[in-house]
Design a binder for this molecule. Sequence first.
Ligand SMILES: [Zn+2]
Length: 311
Amino acid sequence: MPIETDCNKRLNPCIGIAVHSPAFSVRALAVLFAALFLAGCAASSAGRLAEDRPIDVIDAHTHCVFNNTPEKTSGIIQSKEEYLREMAENHVVGAIAHTGYLGDFHEDLRDRNVVFCYGVGDDIDEAQIEASLKSGKYGCIKIYLGYIHRYAYDDAYRRLYKLAETYDVPVVFHTGDTYSAKAKLKYADPLTIDEVAVDHPKVRFVIAHCGNPWIKTAAEVAYKNANVYLDLSGIMVGDLNQYPKELVEEYLVRPIGWIFNYVGDPSKILYGTDWPLVDMGQYLRAIKRAIPEEHWKAVFHDNAVKVFKLK
Ligand SMILES: [Zn+2]
C-alpha cells in the first residue's frame, strides 16, 4: 500500500494547512481561500488551452485491421489512410499495434514507426513467435486474457515470457472488460499479473486498459512491481463527442487521474488509445486533462520509448 504522506508521490494528501495554529486568523483564511479560488480559475483556464497544445505522442495501443469498414462502436473507417491521417493530425510519431488472437493480417509499418505486437491465440506456435521476434518484424507479445481461457500464469504462457526475456521485448496483457460475450472475465483480472511479474522479474509487463473496471487492482500491481506498467487505452470507447462531458470526466478523466496519483511514479504509465475504437484526437485531449502537464512528455512519449525500446 502506498504511503499517503509521501509528498513526492501523492498530490492531494500533501496540501497541508496549519488551520489549528492560533496565529492563523479568520481574515488570513479568507485571503487564502480567495487566492486558492483565483489559482484554481487560472489553472482551469490554462488547462483548457493546454489540452490543445501539440506534443509528440507515441500511441502504445492500437489495432491495424485495415478492412476499410466502419468500426461498429466509433464509426471510424478502419483503413491505413485513416490511421496515418489521425496519427499525422495528432503528432503521433510512433505507435504500437497489436495483431488479433485470430491472426489477422499484418502490414509492415516500421517505416512509420509502428511496432507490432504478436497476438497469441489458443494454439501457441512458439517457433513462429520466436522467428517473428528474432526477425524484428514483431517487437512485443500480446496475450488476450479473458478472450483466451487461460490465466496469465498458465505454463503455456510462461514459455513465452522466457522468449520475451531472451529477445528483450515486453509482454502486453489484455485485462478487464472484454469486447466478446464468449470471453471469461476471471482470466482477465489484473491481479493475476502480480504472480508472473514476481516470477519473471526481468520481463517488462504492460497491463492494457488498466484492468478497467478493476483499476485499483491494476494500479496496485503496477505500484508494487518494478517491471509492471499500465496502458491507458480503451477505458472509454466510441465517439467521445457524443457523450455528455460530465460522463467523460467521471468514467475516463477522473479514474486516470486517480490511477496516476496512486501509482505515484509517472514512468509507469503509457498513453494509448485502442484505435479504431476511439478517435486519436478525442482521446488525447481527454487524457491530457487527467495527467499533470509536467508529466506529459513521459506519459505520452518517453515511457513507451523505454518500455518498447523504440529508436
Ligand atoms: Zn486493444
